[in-house]
Write a protein that binds this ligand. Structure first.
Ligand code: M6R
Length: 609
């Protein structure tokens, strides 16, 4: 939520910041702005809406200089407006601040600064920062000391970048809770909330730890820890490529990421599978410990929780470990019961989601071990978990999670088989059978993707509806939740997912000829039960969209629309079912003229509670 960038170097500051903000736009697009220090003075430009608006403004009012900071905003305190847009300034416009996060004590600071004569223009919490820094500069402290004093006054979680006229060739930065990276190219430095902004020009980066702060200048980077001691920078090579973060030939990043799924699966299998067994080289927990785990508590948010719900079934079935799932935001507040053999599992694409992170911290405060399934292995969750499993989906930038979801499900399945095998619960022939089917998933996904035109027809029908119901059972009950989440998130059609068995206990009342029902009914144990749901909906004039196994003539005949997936074991079906559901949401959103990669009111990484 909110993206910040900073640049110092020989290139056009305006251009580098603009490209950086475009790459971070997934973090928020309520407004954008930048401040550039040139000829000893700070100039700012701000625009409400997407980065394209700022770009238009810059065309008419370009900026020149060698140092600058930029921001894309996801509004928390104060509506999206120019006055609330970052950077925020002191009265004389000699200090500019961009901020991601929340200053929890801003009300107290604001009233203290108002008493001192400072005038606030915006409703944001951020504006206290330039005034505080101004106050310490006025008191005679050096810019470095003023910045450090300002940090000591700020509570909450944040990532900050600051420029000041008195520190002509410096960008100050600090990280407490929200991510921040310092990256370097050729005689140049970039600050950024995330890797995509630095990929075009940088070769290596420092992932700042919580509490670290400092400044970049043409001479290099100076970093201090929270205690004020100098820290030796730990540079790590950037392994992400421009192609990974660019939408290439695709109209939207979401579509590109949907199409990347077969390759993601091939990558996962290459790393994790050999002829007979499963490997998690990065997993720090030993086999003995995993064999002794008596209870697993999965906590995650949104799509990651939906994946976790499928994972729960895998873990109970293949590892025979009692497993619960809950929203992170609920789990941490319900005083969860702990026991020595409990393992808390966090699942997150970004590794920065505030609710999931708080859940991890709650678990650790209760002395429970934490294993996280993460796509961003340089994230805060990666640092704070006892062990991690790398999802290996590659950078996911589209706000609607797609390839990270299927990578989560695949890694959870492999993990459950791994633990089950350690415990000698799964005969090797059974494991070999599942693994050999899994290896076919990439080609099965490719086949589904080739058939995208039939999804377009369903989308054309769905585009005028106001409500849609998704039904599934066992492995595909979470698929129904995920299908509904995808549709509402990017097309703004109200959609709810239910367990098929629960349909008649209430949701059936919603069905009418205007409320279509998506029936997820691949071949398997629950298929006939799903046919009962189909009949129940049909009897109330509900239009039926079914996701079925190839050649299921019986359900085809009963459906208004259907989409076929290749035949597979029921346990693997959520991986295949996910793809048409993602495409359905995508093409419906396109039909409705929605901006798929920038759904209203949302942001990719939700770093506030
Ligand atoms: O980064 P995380 O996986 O922790 O994010 C959790 C949710 O915010 C995320 O899955 C959200 O629900 C997606 N936008 C859904 O597509």
């Amino acid at each position: 939520m909110c993206g910040i960038v900073g640049y110092i170097g020989p290139k056009s500051v305006e251009s580098v910041l603009l490209v950086g903000l475009q790459k971070l736009e997934y973090r928020g697009y309520d407004s954008a702005g930048m401040a550039v220090l040139g000829d000893g003075e700070i100039a700012t430009r701000k625009a409400v809406g997407k980065i394209a608006e700022l770009q238009k403004l810059l065309k008419n009012q370009p900026m020149f200089g060698t140092v600058g900071i930029g921001h894309s905003r996801w509004a928390t305190h104060g509506e999206p407006s120019t006055v609330n847009a970052h950077p925020h300034l002191n009265k004389q416009h000699t200090i500019a601040v961009v901020h991601n996060g929340v200053f929890e004590n801003y009300a107290k600071l604001r009233s203290e600064l108002t008493d001192d004569g400072y005038v606030f223009l915006s409703e944001t919490d951020t504006e206290v920062a330039p005034h505080l820094m101004d106050k310490y500069l006025e008191e005679g402290f050096s810019p470095e000391e003023a910045f450090a004093r300002m940090l000591r006054r700020l509570d909450g979680q944040y990532a900050l970048a600051v420029i000041a006229e008195k520190a002509n060739q410096k960008i100050f930065f600090a990280r407490k809770g929200s991510p921040l990276i310092v990256a370097r190219g050729k005689s140049e430095y970039l600050l950024s909330s995330d890797i995509p902004a630095v990929v075009p020009i940088c070769e290596d980066a420092i992932y700042l730890e919580n509490g670290e702060w400092g400044y970049v200048s043409p001479e290099g980077v100076t970093i201090f820890n929270a205690a004020g001691d100098i820290v030796t920078p730990k540079w790590e090579p950037i392994t992400v490529s421009i192609e990974d973060v660019d939408k290439g030939e695709f109209e939207y990043l979401m579509l590109k990421e949907i199409y990347e799924q077969p390759d993601v699966f091939e990558r996962i299998f290459k790393e994790r599978l050999d002829e007979t067994f499963i490997h998690f080289p990065e997993l720090k927990f030993g086999k003995e410990y995993l064999a002794r785990v008596g209870r697993i508590l999965i906590q995650a948010c949104g799509t990651s929780l939906n994946a976790g719900m499928i994972g729960r079934i895998y873990i109970e079935q293949f590892s025979r470990i009692s497993t619960e799932t809950d929203y992170s935001s609920e789990w941490r507040y319900r005083n969860p019961l702990t026991s020595g053999d409990s393992l808390v599992v966090g699942i997150s694409q970004s590794g920065e989601t505030a609710d999931t992170l708080a859940g991890i911290r709650e678990a650790k405060a209760k002395f429970m071990r934490v294993l996280s399934f993460l796509n961003n292995v340089n994230s805060t969750m990666a640092r704070e978990s006892d062990a991690l499993i790398n999802l290996m989906a590659g950078p996911e930038i589209g706000v609607a999670s797609t390839k990270a979801f299927t990578a989560q499900v695949a890694n959870l399945l492999l993990f459950s088989l791994y633990v089950g095998s350690i415990k000698w619960l799964i005969p090797s022939e059974e494991r070999a059978k599942i693994l050999s089917e899994l290896r076919m998933v990439p080609d099965m996904m490719r086949k589904i993707l080739k058939n995208h035109d039939s999804i377009k027809k369903i989308a054309a029908f769905l585009k005028d509806k106001n409500d849609t119901i998704f039904l599934g059972r066992t492995y595909n009950y979470p698929s129904a939740l995920e299908g509904a989440l995808k549709l509402k998130e990017i097309s703004y059609i109200h959609a709810s997912g239910y367990a098929g068995g629960e349909f008649k206990h209430g949701p059936l009342a919603l069905v009418s000829e205007n409320v279509p029902v998506v029936i997820i009914a691949p071949k398997g144990e629950i298929r006939t039960k799903m046919i009962s749901n189909l009949k129940e909906a049909q009897a109330r004039k509900g239009k039926i969209i079914s996701i079925i196994t190839e050649g299921d003539e019986e359900i085809k005949k009963e459906s208004d629309f259907y989409f076929e997936i290749p035949e597979c074991d029921e346990s693997i079906s959520p991986l295949l079912v996910a793809v048409p559901l993602q495409l359905l949401a995508y093409y419906t959103a396109i039909e409705r003229g929605c901006d798929v990669d920038r759904p209203r009111n949302l942001a990719k990484a939700v770093t506030v509670e």
